[in-house]
Write a protein that binds this ligand. Structure first.
Ligand SMILES: Cc1cc2nc3c(=O)[nH]c(=O)nc-3n(C[C@H](O)[C@H](O)[C@H](O)COP(=O)(O)OP(=O)(O)OC[C@H]3O[C@@H](n4cnc5c(N)ncnc54)[C@H](O)[C@@H]3O)c2cc1C
Length: 429
């Protein structure tokens, strides 16, 4: 008789489906719940090279490539004139020297279909949880979810993985606090045709504006365009997402000349509330992963990587100890604590890196480097430029975001090289 899986996963986003597939690849089956009510568009379209490495390890890069736009790098424009262009070739040897831009629903389907091929059961159901404060387990599936997932006669999964994204089902239910980042921006985005893109094909472009920042993510046959606006500026650009996107594209000094022939081909979607990290990611019988644990500001696109990295980390845990880990609560708790520590370290490192882009230090650093090179041409300034570019590339691609040397280098440079008043002028409002 087929045994009911011992792991239940809430959510078939990247975190949930990748985990289910990776577990199945190690002979451990799970049941994944999702109500399949996702919107037509989802954010998370720009991927970083560290994801390509994971896709290769999973053996599905070709499937993703088939639905994706090849992405050679990223460019940053500041409304005061500075431009920074990065090509992922600079991390060759450490990571694949490119990434992809993906229509997210299709990307999620690639992961889900792969998991299905490996025998994972997907159940169309929005799973409810029941809290058992202080108990072991501390939370479990409610009766409807147990039934929908095929558990009967008091049988239940030994581990519930909360991969429910921003719903943060477990944290909300258990009243787990979260540390929120300092910003309260709103993002609106949609897909367009007819926006000119005078860059390498697939290069994403981030523009710093007086009111926040915008993204241009080339996708197959269309462009994802989004704005991330601070609360003070919102009313000046209209009453809703449609009006604000339209006004920015019609009037912005950098964007308007490129967007004369724009045509919006989708509805406009809105996101608020990002930058958040839960105080706790696991307890007896459960663990949260991906956005359900926390999310980093999306300017450098780390979200899907964090979801996939967490999936790999959890799957590795079971690869090391086998499914019997589920029968050893103390050992499982220790392993989950180690997993949480790793995820927390990733979040903190990305958060620190993103802050340089918001508070003007990265653009000021770039300007200073360019100036020093002009003032003191020669091997030393060339070497400094090479080290700085590589350090930044290693961090922003996910190759070495957490590395102490890189973080120390950036901290040191911004302390000793930068003029704080210039960084202030360049900071996002
Ligand atoms: C404005 C913005 C732009 C972004 N841009 C990027 C980017 O360019 N690149 C990038 O990498 N990341 C980006 N991100 C982040 C990225 O979208 C997320 O980090 C990523 O989607 C997280 O994946 P996940 O699987 O954890 O959650 P999700 O993708 O949200 O998946 C969660 C799934 O769980 C389901 N679910 C919820 N509750 C239940 C339940 N009770 N039972 C069953 N299923 C449930 C949901 O329906 C959903 O399908 C962006 C985020 C924002 C806000």
């Amino acid at each position: 008789m087929k045994r009911t899986p011992r792991i239940a996963i809430l959510g078939a986003g990247p975190a949930g489906s990748a985990l289910a597939a990776l577990l199945a690849g190690r002979g451990i089956q799970s049941v994944v719940f999702d109500d399949e009510k996702r919107p037509a568009l989802l954010v998370g379209e720009s991927l970083i090279p560290a994801i390509v490495a994971i896709l290769r390890r999973m053996g599905i890069e070709d499937r993703v490539a088939a639905i994706a736009q090849f992405k050679p790098g990223a460019s940053f424009f500041h409304h005061r004139g500075t431009q920074m262009h990065f090509n992922f070739r600079s991390v060759e040897g450490r990571l694949p020297p490119y990434a992809y831009n993906v229509p997210r629903p299709e990307f999620d389907d690639v992961l889900k279909d792969y998991a299905k091929e490996l025998g994972v059961t997907f159940v169309k159901h929005r799973a409810g949880l029941v809290a058992k404060p202080g108990g072991s387990p501390e939370l479990e599936l409610d009766a409807a979810a147990l039934k929908a997932g095929g558990w009967h006669d008091g049988d239940r999964p030994a581990l519930v993985v909360d991969a429910s994204g921003r719903a943060r089902t477990s944290a909300r239910l258990l009243g787990i606090k979260a540390e929120a980042g300092p910003r309260r921006d709103t993002a609106h985005f949609a897909h367009f045709t007819g926006i000119e893109h005078p860059f390498d094909q697939g290069q994403i472009v981030i523009t710093f504006h007086e009111w926040g920042w915008s993204w241009r993510i080339p996708l197959p046959e269309r462009m994802s365009f989004g704005i991330v606006m601070n609360p003070k500026s919102l009313p000046h650009f209209g009453a809703n997402g449609e009006e604000r996107l339209e006004k920015v594209l019609a009037t912005d000094g950098i964007l308007a000349p490129l967007a004369k022939n724009r045509r919006r081909v989708t509805d406009v979607y809105t996101y608020t509330n990002y930058q958040l990290l839960s105080d706790r990611a696991h307890g007896p019988g459960w663990v949260s992963t991906g956005d359900a644990f926390g999310f980093v500001d999306p300017m450098l696109s780390p979200g899907v990587f964090l979801a996939l990295d967490a999936a790999e980390s959890l799957a590795e845990m079971f690869a090391r100890h086998g499914e019997s880990l589920l029968d050893q609560p103390e050992r499982l708790a220790k392993e989950l604590a180690r997993h949480e520590k790793r995820q927390r370290a990733w979040h903190e490192a990305w958060h620190e890196l993103v802050a340089y882009f918001y508070d003007g230090r990265i653009v000021a650093f770039y300007e200073r480097g360019t100036q020093l090179k002009a003032d003191y041409p020669g091997w030393f300034s060339n070497m400094m430029e090479a080290i700085s570019s590589r350090t930044l590339a290693m961090m922003a691609t996910g190759a070495a975001t957490r590395a102490a040397w890189n973080r120390g280098y950036l901290r040191g440079c911004s302390k000793w090289l930068l003029k704080p008043e210039r960084a202030k002028e360049l900071a996002l409002p």
